[in-house]
Design a protein around this ligand. Structure first.
Ligand code: KG4
Ligand code: ZN
Length: 352
């Protein structure tokens, strides 16, 4: 089975072709990503109108390149999948319309994909892992712990009460005058910093419900930055190191609470899976390795380019759904809000 996946929910225009040989993991035949970071950098964040226009300008070429790299024609595909949400409506409509048009023209099945579900299932593209597993989803827009029970069945154990983890990294980056998006730059500067110079809070530490919060930590960083006034490169490095350490400590503590709740409500997980842009962070990855070793669990961290937004994860989610006979029709509309567990009750009352 071969599926084309299209991703346009945020600031990456992406298309990929993934193949499922005969069971097991997927094989990525192409994975084209055109980032709009440069277009949004001047504004310090993603501007929806600019994003939508950039998707219109580049999507055709990105799809063409994905097919060419895979050395395939539309006719060779078994389906066309597009992220239908959640995200910025203008961009979603661009990708969704393109996918529907290609599916109609080539008489192939069309699959509408939840972007979060695609992040959740990426581990099965790269590694053989059975359900259920504990998913830590940490991206620019989402921060959640989810019990992935099977395709289409997700139980949200906890989520952020304020900022997403990536958002917190980006805001700290902005305070320090680092380029947008701040996450990778904060990590880079933190490498030369002294983690112990600032004593920053670990939000929600020890709370039994696995929710996240980053606003208190962000405010603590802001106060330190204001106190310092003019920042030397060493100050920037120390703030980055202290913030990263606090954020990672907080995330791991929340994973501990999430694992406990998983065992109480679902049973024993087969693995812990980290997904989303922040899962590219080396310190978080190393700390997760220790956490999983102590818990006696397998850890799956997909390669960095599959942790951030990409087309391959959409194509793979398409394969997972098509394999179960799940297809969508042309009336499927873009969903700017689309919780992963839309059809399932959250375990407790966290915010979406
Ligand atoms: O999943 P993603 O590509 O896009 C969505 O938000 O859906 O995640 C992007 C986020 C940004 O906030 C970015 O700063 C953050 O992931 N990020 C990182 C790192 N790489 C990307 N945060 C911390 N450390 C990194 N190395
Ligand atoms: Zn994402």
């Amino acid at each position: 089975m071969r599926v084309l996946g299209i991703e346009t929910t945020c600031d990456e225009t992406a298309a990929a072709v993934v193949q499922l040989p005969s069971g097991g993991c997927g094989e990525i035949l192409s994975n084209e990503v055109m980032s709009q970071i440069a277009e949004h950098a001047a504004f310090g964040g993603v501007v929806p109108e600019i994003a939508a226009r950039a998707h219109v300008d580049t999507l055709d070429r990105v799809i063409e390149r994905a097919l060419a790299r895979a050395q395939l024609e539309l006719q060779d595909l078994d389906g066309i999948a597009a992220a239908a949400g959640p995200g910025l409506i203008g961009g979603i409509m661009v990708g969704l319309t393109a996918a529907k048009a290609l599916a109609l023209a080539s008489r192939k099945p069309f699959v509408a994909i939840n972007h979060l579900e695609a992040h959740a299932l990426t581990a099965r593209l790269t590694d053989e892992v059975g359900f259920p597993y504990l998913l830590l989803l940490v991206s620019g827009g989402h921060t959640q712990l989810v019990a992935v029970r099977r395709v289409g069945s997700y139980l949200r154990l906890g989520s952020t009460l304020d900022d997403a983890a990536g958002e917190a990294f980006d805001k700290v980056g902005k305070m320090l005058g680092l380029p947008y998006p701040g996450g990778p730059h904060v990590e880079k500067r933190a490498a030369d910093g002294n983690v112990a110079r600032f004593d920053l809070p670990r939000p929600m530490l020890g709370r039994p419900t696995p929710d996240f919060s980053f606003s208190g930590l962000k405010t603590a960083v802001r106060l330190e930055v204001e106190r310092l006034g003019t920042l030397t490169p060493a100050d920037v490095a120390d703030v980055c190191a202290a913030f990263q350490a606090a954020a990672v400590d907080a995330i791991i503590d929340r994973c501990r609470a999430g694992l406990r709740l998983f065992r109480e409500t679902v049973g024993q997980p087969n693995a812990v899976v980290a997904a989303g842009g922040v899962a590219a962070n080396g310190t978080l990855r190393r700390t997760l390795v220790r956490f999983c070793a102590e818990a006696g669990l397998r850890l799956i961290t997909p390669p960095v380019n599959l942790c951030t937004d990409n087309g391959a994860m959409i194509a793979w989610a398409g394969i997972e759904r098509l394999s179960l006979g799940l297809v969508d029709d042309m009336t499927f509309a873009a969903r700017p809000r689309w919780p992963l567990d839309a059809n399932t009750e959250a375990v407790h009352h966290g915010k979406a």
